[in-house]
Design a protein around this ligand. Structure first.
Ligand code: GLP
Length: 233
């Protein structure tokens, strides 16, 4: 793992932007994207940059079950609001949270990933070490699947909803094997609330109880962390 320590959120976004500029100059065509508050400063930098995504494909990690793309809390809506309206891609895939048949929806998403191998997968990290919506205990062999969100994740994400009872309890997520299939991975973590998860990911054993710990076994992972997120390393 290559760890880049930065002072603050602004610097984390700047460093990440530089990594994207480099990867795109080297011919990347498929970007794995993430939601959550962590990547927003980077998406703002994308929006303000001269980068052109119109010939690229994006594949998002996950989506809440039961929300369609028009729903303001859906991850499809989040992506449109924060990035796609400013920087459209040739095609942007987000898992279908409203499919009537989740077996088909998960298989289709795996096929999309197989057909479009991800050049650079962007990740945040949950306070409990989850990546995408792969909660502790998820098999390292998992591909796209339906997930029961843990109380910790529901509590953490409740800030985006009017009330906690509005937070969906299930999601559709790329699996850990799908994430690991990306050629490069960039994980960004900022803030004290991520310090424990970062310490477990970097220094702890590789265990399914800490999904992000599997990244120790990927050959091309970069972690950008600010001082607060690095405080327990
Ligand atoms: C959600 C997303 C993750 C994200 C995590 C952390 O659970 N599914 O992809 O990494 O939240 O979010 P934040 O960046 O807001 O802390």
């Amino acid at each position: 793992m290559k760890i880049i320590k930065v002072k603050n959120v602004e610097e984390s976004a700047q460093k990440a932007l530089e990594i994207y500029q480099n990867v795109l100059n080297n011919g990347a065509r498929v970007l794995g994207l993430a939601t959550g508050s962590t990547p927003i400063p980077l998406y703002q930098k994308f929006a303000d940059s001269s980068l052109d995504f119109s010939n690229l494909i994006s594949i998002n990690l996950d989506e809440y079950l039961g929300l369609d793309g028009q729903d303001k809390q859906s991850y499809r809506y989040f992506m449109t609001e924060n990035l796609f309206q400013y920087k459209p891609f040739k095609y942007s895939y987000v898992p279908d949270g409203k499919s009537g048949n989740y077996e088909v929806a998960t298989k289709n998403y795996d096929q999309i990933i197989d057909d479009n191998p991800i050049d650079l997968q962007l990740l945040g990290i949950g306070r409990n070490g989850h990546i995408g919506f792969n909660e502790p205990g998820t098999s390292f062999k998992s591909t796209t699947h339906i997930v029961d969100l843990t109380q910790s994740t529901i509590d953490a994400n409740a800030r985006f909803f009017e009330k906690k009872s509005d937070v969906p309890t299930k999601a559709i997520s790329m699996g850990i094997a799908s994430v690991m299939s990306a050629k490069k991975i960039l994980l960004i973590a900022t803030g004290e609330s991520k310090a424990e998860a970062i310490a477990a990911m970097v220094n702890g054993p590789v265990t399914e109880s800490v999904p992000a710990s599997i990244l120790q076994q990927h050959s091309d992972v970069t972690i950008i962390i600010d001082e607060a997120a690095a405080s327990k390393l």
